[in-house]
Design a protein around this ligand. Structure first.
Ligand SMILES: Cc1ncc(COP(=O)(O)O)c(C=O)c1O
Length: 353
């Protein structure tokens, strides 16, 4: 607290990111990073750009990257916005498209940045309870609202909606923007990007942090009808004209183009996830069906906090999200097979004792 703070700073309750501890030999399964890292072509592209060109500002519109992404969906670059991680893309989206007279709707258990953005920008919101199997029920969103935002798959639960449910939502809310946050879509869900042509109220947000292993480069993007993209550009150009630096632009293009690396990495992660889910069920865990690179799990006989604490003493970091409906659960990111084997062995010890 300081008398120099503005009123809004006094009132903020900032998002708390997962720990990034510095100690070595850690099995880090707490922030949904990709254990395989980026394509070698990304590192090559970044090395090639690490020259005297860094004295020059990057392209403020990141046109080449936007065109690369747009072309892969048969869209125009005017349908794509890029930002410094999808967090920044989402932040601009909240300010540009989600603040209206009626409340914004999102699930009660979801990405915890959403209420933080609402408080930052003064957006009224209603949280819609997940159903008793922890899934989004789209019929619960049939109510007066200014806009809707849903992650698909949802986070931290990992459960996904079929595209038909997203389309139903778009049809039922023709006068509201519907944002689908697809941070984890490449791990087994259906993307809504093909619907962009037919629904001017749809904005899809994705990231290169997860399936392309580039959390450290900070690149995210949105796809939508060009007037929605223009709204995001208006906010961006009132905030920071150069959200992506030169290295991020060339790295992201290389990542997008290396489809072989991308397919291999996500297929490995999905296969490991399915094996880990089986092993955890074998240990008595209830595991929500996951279409993401993490599992959301609960053990009926041992508290999530206790398991979290004991794993931490064994240098295995998972995420425990305090909160009335999440307190009994752990969110576990999918690591390599060997990391997951060590996790299972540690859990056997903890649950046996
Ligand atoms: C649902 C969801 N959306 C967006 C993000 C932001 O990702 P990034 O800013 O790394 O692109 C995350 C990060 O974990 C997330 O879980």
């Amino acid at each position: 607290m300081s008398r120099f703070w503005s009123q809004i700073v006094h009132e903020l309750s900032p998002y708390v990111a997962g720990e990034q501890p510095k100690f070595g030999n850690l099995i880090k399964l707490n922030t949904n990073e990709n254990p395989y890292g980026p394509s070698p072509l990304v590192l090559k592209a970044i090395a090639a750009e690490t020259t005297d060109s860094l004295r020059l500002y990057p392209d403020p519109t990141a046109l080449q990257l936007r065109a690369t992404i747009a072309r892969s969906y048969g869209l125009d670059e005017s349908n794509v916005f890029v930002g410094n991680g999808s967090d920044e893309v989402l932040a601009h989206t909240f300010q540009a498209l989600l603040k209206h007279d009626a409340p914004l709707l999102f699930p009660d258990i979801t990405y915890s940045f959403y209420p933080t953005y609402c408080r930052l920008y003064g957006i009224d919101f209603d949280e819609i309870a997940l159903d008793d199997i922890m899934s989004v029920r789209t019929s619960d969103y049939r109510r007066n609202c200014g806009a809707i935002i849903l992650p698909n798959p949802n986070a931290p639960t990992g459960t996904a909606l079929p595209l038909s449910e997203i389309e139903k939502l778009l049809i039922e809310h023709p006068d509201q923007v519907v944002v689908i946050d697809e941070a984890y879509v490449d791990f087994g869900a259906e993307s809504a990007i093909p619907l962009v042509r037919n629904y001017p109220n749809l904005l899809v947000v994705q990231t290169l942090s997860k399936s392309r292993g580039l959390a450290g480069l900070r690149v995210g993007f949105a796809v939508g009808e060009s007037s929605l993209i223009e709204a995001l550009n208006r906010v961006k150009d009132s905030f920071n004209s150069y959200p992506l630096d030169r290295l991020a632009i060339v790295g992201a293009i290389a990542a997008w183009q290396d489809t072989v690396w991308f397919e291999e990495s996500r297929n490995n992660i999905m296969a490991t996830r399915n094996r880990l889910a089986l092993s955890m069920r074998g240990l008595g865990f209830e595991v929500l069906p996951s279409s993401a690179n993490f599992l959301f799990v609960h053990h009926p006989a041992c508290s999530a906090k206790e398991i979290f604490t004991q794993l931490r003493t064994k240098a295995i970091l998972v995420r425990h999200l305090p909160g009335e409906r999440t307190n009994d659960y752990l969110r576990i990111s999918i690591g390599t097979d060997s990391e997951c084997a060590k996790l299972i062995s540690a859990l056997q010890t903890i649950l046996g004792s």
